[in-house]
Design a protein around this ligand. Structure first.
Ligand SMILES: Nc1ncnc2c1ncn2[C@@H]1O[C@H](COP(=O)(O)OP(=O)(O)OP(=O)(O)O)[C@@H](O)[C@H]1O
Ligand SMILES: [Mg+2]
Length: 374
């Protein structure tokens, strides 16, 4: 079974992968006749599912890489499936990230995504008698969104209800003190994902002037890191995009970046140790500059043009950063500073404690609310 990482208050809970506890759930289903709220975020890099823990203590959080590998059982000849970190680690040669482009694009990726999701739900005993809210990207791709819907609708969970809400709306809720009540406010969100940057204003849940671009992304930052590492090491070191992503997730830090060393095996034997000083933060700084430019010069003028009053109200509130790239330590302060400068106005920027989990956590809160009226 794949490993999943429990919610951790520490910012880098990512290292301590442990099995999600499932033993108790056999005997004591949570609230046997009660419908259970489940929040889901099926993302291109990672999937997060939030549901009530069997013992009633705080929600259970599964966070895992969105990938799948199949192998043949040597004893029975049957096809077996592995997902998540275990699949990526043990089968790097054939692991499949079926949502790499963001959404399931065709029948094959719907099937792979369904297999992945079913395995994940089964091995964590996510309750079937549930009301599911899942986060969807704000993107003009109806076929892809229908495919995502099919994956969730056809899964074993959500027997009572399945509903989708925008990822950036779900992801903003945990950043506000009043949680779900914030859904009735006016605010701007910037959702920083692997394949997309989404910016929009919300007015009581209604999206105003949504903007989405595939050119300012976590994946692009990874590509740059890989290129810069090659330059910084005078061509001696080539890293793949997974390694670049890991460098970013483990080392990038706007507050206290420390140069780090790594070792590569030379093709002819022996190893080469190298130190990275600039590559990671250069790429991350460029990423932030591009985000700030897009918000200041793409999104905000459009919002001001179409909804002047809402623009004024929204800028009195903090702008909320969501999505995995918002996990970069110190990024909210850096965006706040550079954006205030760019638009010549003091604005504030916040994010949830765990922006990578926030969309699923917010979806779970919405599901919890919907469950009450079932
Ligand atoms: N702790 C972290 N530090 C830095 N970056 C992180 C961290 N955790 C995740 N990321 C980055 O965030 C990105 C994933 O964000 P997210 O999970 O919001 O994307 P997604 O919803 O799957 O993608 P998209 O909606 O763009 O298709 C990846 O680039 C990943 O490397
Ligand atoms: Mg996303």
């Amino acid at each position: 079974m794949a490993e999943s990482e429990p919610d951790s208050e520490e910012s880098d809970g990512a290292d301590e992968a442990t099995e999600t506890e499932t033993e108790e759930s056999e005997e004591s289903e949570p609230d046997t006749d009660g419908i259970v709220p489940v929040g889901v975020k099926l993302g291109s890099t990672r999937t997060v599912v939030v549901y009530p823990s069997p013992d009633g203590e705080g929600p259970e959080i599964v966070r895992t890489l969105t990938c799948l590998a199949t192998y043949e059982d040597v004893l029975t000849g049957e096809k077996r499936v592995l997902y998540g970190e275990e699949a990526a680690r043990e089968y790097p040669d054939r692991v499949e990230f079926m949502l790499r482009s963001g959404l399931p694009e065709d029948d094959d990726s719907v099937e792979s995504a369904s297999t992945f999701f079913t395995e994940l739900l089964e091995s964590n005993d996510v309750p079937e008698n549930s009301a599911v809210v899942y986060a969807i990207p704000t993107i003009d791709n109806e076929a892809g969104l229908n495919n995502l819907e099919a994956v969730i609708e056809n899964s074993q969970i959500g027997q009572e209800l399945v509903r989708s809400y925008p990822e950036s709306l779900c992801g903003a809720l945990p950043a506000f003190e009043d949680g779900l009540d914030a859904i009735n406010d006016i605010f701007v969100t910037v959702n920083m994902g692997s394949t997309n940057l989404e910016i929009c204003a919300y007015r009581r849940g209604e999206q105003l002037t949504p903007l989405s671009t595939g050119s300012i992304t976590g994946n692009e930052a990874d590509r740059r890191i890989a290129n810069y590492v090659e330059e910084e090491t005078q061509g001696r070191v080539n890293i793949d995009l997974t390694t670049a992503r890991e460098y970013k997730e483990e080392h990038a830090d706007f507050e206290s970046f420390e140069p780090f060393t790594d070792v590569i095996q030379q093709p002819g034997g022996g190893s080469h140790e190298f130190t990275i000083e600039d590559s990671v933060m250069d790429a991350c700084n460029e990423y932030v500059d591009e985000v700030v430019d897009e918000v200041a010069n793409g999104f905000l003028p459009e919002l001001a043009n179409s909804y002047m009053k809402v623009y004024q109200l929204a800028l009195e509130k903090p702008i909320v950063l969501t999505g995995g790239m918002a996990c970069l330590p110190g990024i909210a302060d850096v965006v706040e500073q550079r954006l205030s400068e760019e638009i010549q106005r003091e604005i504030s920027v916040v994010s949830a404690e765990r922006p990578d989990l926030a969309a699923a956590e917010g979806a779970h809160e919405i599901a919890d609310h919907l469950t009450e009226s079932l």
